[in-house]
Design a protein around this ligand. Structure first.
Ligand SMILES: [Zn+2]
Length: 296
């Protein structure tokens, strides 16, 4: 209940400069917009046929470094609800929301989740890589849809319940898969610090990152590269895991120095158009399969 109150305050604060909340009726247009493609899939699982859900970001784009277009402002201003990850993920949105007139209803899917922080106090936004956190997303999205379309309450509840059951079986499936790898071999080296929540949940150790940041939008120094090479050698980590949108050059240089493999096709921040990561659950299963195969 407290989360919903906070959510309402957030909505009201965004609509306070002259805008009105979108019509609460169950009209089919305008659409519900989400920032990322995986959020669109999660939202569709709750909304079912009652709403049209569209992702603002194209498939395959990196939300950390996304460059918005003028059409994005139009899409936002015409949407009735904008569902974002939150947790300091969508930096590209701040100017867009201002340009769109500040009248949007914005829902933070990650609201209420306790966030990992780095030494500087920056939040780690990659909450969705633990499916248990996506159960919280589903509840936030269900509350928001119900608020704007009360007639759909029963449909949203039953859709949410069914999807939460799928998320719980995804969590059990990941645990089973990961159990094929001894704990001491559960070592992840990644492009940027995306795997914290996943590692916490499934007993992995982050053996190193090419970019020491929660964002891919940064570059390492020569000293950081040298330190990472040492970390990989001393930990015995056998692979570097990259998102399909990541630049492979630095990881390949490090791999050449350390004789490890580079896995270049994880899907952490975007779905794919159809297989292998056409839906959030498929994306997680594909990533876990790649990780388990590389480490076992
Ligand atoms: Zn990221």
């Amino acid at each position: 209940m407290r989360r919903f109150t906070l959510l309402l305050i957030f909505i009201l604060s965004l609509t306070a400069c002259g805008g009105k909340p979108a019509s609460p009726s169950g009209t089919t247009a305008p659409v519900i917009l989400t920032s990322t493609t995986f959020l669109a899939d999660i939202t569709r699982n709750v909304a079912g046929d009652r709403q049209t859900v569209v992702a603002l970001l194209p498939i395959g784009s990196d939300p950390h470094s996304y460059q918005p277009t003028p059409q994005d402002v139009t899409k936002i201003s015409q949407s009735k609800l904008l569902i974002i990850n939150g947790a300091d993920y969508e930096h590209f949105l701040e100017p867009l929301l201002q340009n769109a007139g500040g009248t949007q209803n914005v829902i933070e899917a990650a609201a209420g989740i306790s966030l990992r922080k780095d030494a500087q106090g920056e939040a780690d936004p990659h909450v969705w890589l633990d499916p248990n956190n996506v159960i919280v997303y589903v509840e936030n999205i269900r509350e928001a849809l119900t608020h704007f379309d009360p007639d759909g309450a029963a449909v949203y509840q039953s859709n949410a319940d069914a999807y939460v059951a799928e998320l719980k079986s995804l969590d059990s499936w990941i645990t089973e898969q990961v159990n094929q790898i001894p704990v001491e071999k559960r070592l992840l080296v990644t492009n940027h610090e995306a795997f914290g929540y996943f590692a916490d949940r499934y007993g992995f150790t982050i053996a190193g990152t090419v970019i020491e940041s929660f964002s891919s939008d940064a570059s390492p120094s020569a000293q950081q590269m040298a330190a990472l090479i040492d970390q990989i050698k001393s930990s015995g980590a056998p692979a570097i895991f990259l998102d399909a949108s990541d630049n492979t050059t630095l990881a390949q240089q490090i791999a050449d120095e350390t004789n490890v493999r580079v896995i270049t096709d994880l899907h952490l921040e975007s779905l794919t158009d159809g297989a292998p990561a056409g839906a959030y659950i498929d994306m997680m299963k594909y990533n876990v399969t790649q990780i388990v195969n590389a480490l076992k």
